[in-house]
Each structure stands twice: as structure tokens, then as C-alpha cells.
Write a protein that binds this ligand. Structure first.
Ligand code: NAP
Length: 308
């Protein structure tokens, strides 16, 4: 049986759309399967300041749209479908989505990942009613309020700093007394008069009455508990790869990232992985784009038997 496509790309974030651009320009019939909307993580990002070529920064959603437009311009098909399972053992790969089945000779996995949850009482109940994982999307609902950001990484500080444009104050609640974030973001946050830090502290419960009204906190050194009033909590405590549907099919590390070599080749011939989903990804926009390009070039070599 002849497969319908040369390449199926699972995931339409920066890595997947970059792979699509290079794949269609190599004259490979290519479809991108995206479950919600193209763009991935950058859809949730306001100003991107560290992507080369944009000295004044660029808005994540604007860039996502440009990636999509460019891939479509050269013939990439983009379909909204959530992939549920794969059959990749043979030379013809089958990708099963909720809406249909796609066959191809090569598959590129670019499914990225999602923000972790705290897993405390109130988090699920008040999601969208004071609990948020996206300052860029929801910040405006918290105008002139005192809000909390949980986490000490780049996301927590970057989004916390973004929030200072519209809220009265941002309290960063972090479980240690040292930040994981890059030095430049640390410096900006520490110098910002609207940002304060509550060190060595974890959130135990989110309270409210229809929407968030406050938090129960615990000092991890003393075990002492306290209450904090707030109308909003933004949670940025890391990230996990979207690979549940790949379990048992491809080699993965303990964190569920797909193991891939420098050519983005996975443990299964004809299957490539790129972007945040792969082991040792730096989880940067620029590196996701680079990964996607390498994955597409590798798929091309695999399909044509060319070696470099
Ligand atoms: P991250 O770097 O993994 O940081 C997660 C933070 O959450 C850490 O400070 C961690 O504390 C804390 N944390 C984890 N689990 C927790 C829990 N259960 N309760 C309380 N706190 C918890 O995640 P990220 O900030 O989402 O960043 C992910 C990746 O994207 C990183 O590689 C980052 O560099 C990159 N990124 C880059 C940019 C940029 O370049 N501008 C922007 C955003 C993200 P500990 O420090 O104690 O572990």
C-alpha cells in the first residue's frame, strides 16, 4: 500500500512548523497534526526577547502565525486532530487521530510539553477563576490586583515581570531561597519595585468563594503555616513532555522525553523527535526551530536513502 504522505508531523509548535517548512521545501508531501492551535508554547508567551533577528522583541502569537503562514505557503497541510496512537514498526507508519488515520513513510514527533500542576486543593476548582498558567492570556483580568506567581525559573520571573504592567504587586512564592532563572531575569525581578519574594515557601491550598481569595502557605524550613490574601495565582513550576501516547513505542528517559540522537533520530527507523519533547532539549525557541529543521533534513535523507 502506498502511504498518503511522505511525512506526518505530530505537533504544530515552533519545532513542528519548522520541520514542516523544510519538509515541504524538500518536495515531501507533508501534513502537520495539531490538536488545538498552531504555535505551541509561544502562543502563551508575550514578548520574546531572546529569539535572534528581533532586536526589539516579538510577540509569541504573532510569530506563531508567521511560522504557520510560511509552512502553508510552500504546501504544508495542517489539520486539527489529536493523535491517539501510532503504529511505527513497519516501513509504512500509521498515525491514528481522533478524526482519522494518516499514513506516511516517516513521522516527526514535535508534541512539546505542558506546564506542571501544583496538585493542591483548590487548584482544579479555581482554574480559570483566579488560577492561571498563562499571564499573557489572563493578565488583564487581574488589573490593579495583588497576585502571586509560584516558581523560581525563567517562566515564573518572565511572566511575573510581564504582570507588573497591569497588576499592583507580584509576590513570587518559591520553595528555595535561590532562583533557577537566568541572571538577567533575576536582576530585573529583584530590582522591580512591584515584585517581592517569599522564599522557602510552598502553597498548600488555594481558597476562594467562586474565585480565588487567598492561599495557605508553608515555610519549608520551619513547617510554619500562614495565610496570604490574593485574587490570582499564576503557576510556573516546570514542564512535562507530551509523550503519553508514545509509551512503549520509542525509547524514553525517566522524565518521559523521547531519546533522540544528534540527527533527531529515535530508536525506531523513520521516526524523528524534535523540540521540547526530546531528551536534553534546552527548551528554547531557537533550539526548537533548529531541531525541527534537523528532523526534516534527517527524514529527507531517510526517505531518499541519501547520506551526508
Ligand atoms: P523550570 O526551569 O523547571 O523551573 C521550575 C521552577 O519551579 C523551579 O524554580 C522549581 O524549583 C519550581 N518548582 C518545581 N516543582 C515545584 C513544586 N512542586 N512546588 C513548588 N515549586 C516547584 O521551568 P520553567 O521556568 O517553566 O522553564 C522551563 C524551561 O523553559 C527552562 O529550560 C527555561 O530556561 C526555559 N524558558 C526560557 C525562557 C527564556 O529564555 N526567556 C522563558 C521561559 C522558559 P527549584 O528551583 O527548587 O527546582
Amino acid at each position: 500500500m502506498d502511504p498518503e504522505y511522505d511525512v506526518v508531523i505530530v505537533g504544530g509548535g515552533a519545532a513542528g512548523l519548522s520541520a514542516a517548512l523544510y519538509s515541504v521545501r524538500a518536495m515531501l508531501k507533508t501534513v502537520v497534526l495539531e490538536r488545538i492551535a498552531c504555535g505551541g508554547q509561544i502562543l502563551l508567551t508575550g514578548d520574546i526577547e531572546n529569539y535572534p533577528g528581533f532586536p526589539k522583541g516579538v510577540q509569541g502569537p504573532d510569530l506563531a502565525q508567521l511560522y504557520e503562514e510560511q509552512a502553508r505557503r510552500f504546501g504544508a497541510q495542517i489539520k486539527l486532530d489529536e493523535v491517539e496512537s501510532l503504529d511505527v514498526a513497519g516501513p509504512v507508519k500509521r498515525v491514528k487521530g481522533a478524526e482519522g488515520e494518516y499514513t506516511a513513510r516517516a513521522v516527526i514527533i514535535a508534541t512539546g510539553g505542558e506546564h506542571n500542576k501544583l496538585g493542591v486543593p483548590g487548584e482544579e476548582e479555581y482554574a480559570g477563576r483566579g488560577v492561571s498558567y498563562c499571564a499573557t492570556c489572563d493578565g488583564n483580568f487581574f488589573r490593579d490586583m495583588d497576585v502571586v506567581v509560584v516558581g523560581g525559573g525563567d517562566s515564573a520571573l518572565e511572566e511575573g515581570l510581564y504582570l507588573t504592567r497591569m497588576v499592583s504587586s507580584v509576590t513570587v512564592v518559591h520553595r528555595r531561597d535561590q532562583l533557577r532563572a537566568s541572571r538577567i531575569l533575576q536582576q530585573r525581578a529583584l530590582e522591580d519595585p512591584k515584585v517581592r519574594f517569599q522564599w522557602n515557601t510552598v502553597v498548600k491550598q488555594i481558597h476562594g468563594n467562586g474565585s480565588v481569595e487567598g492561599l495557605s502557605l508553608e515555610d519549608v524550613r520551619t513547617g510554619e503555616t500562614s495565610q496570604m490574601k490574593t485574587g490570582g495565582i499564576f503557576i510556573y513550576i516546570g514542564f512535562h513532555p507530551n509523550t503519553a501516547f508514545l509509551k512503549g513505542l520509542l525509547a524514553m528517559d525517566n522524565g518521559g522525553h523521547v531519546v533522540a540522537d544528534l540527527r533527531m533520530a529515535t530508536s525506531v527507523p523513520g521516526v524523528f523527535a524534535c523540540g521540547d519533547v526530546r531528551q536534553f532539549s534546552d527548551r528554547q525557541l531557537g533550539s526548537a526551530v533548529g531541531d525541527g529543521i534537523v528532523a526534516a533534513l534527517s527524514a529527507y535523507r531517510y526517505l531518499t536513502g541519501e547520506h551526508s
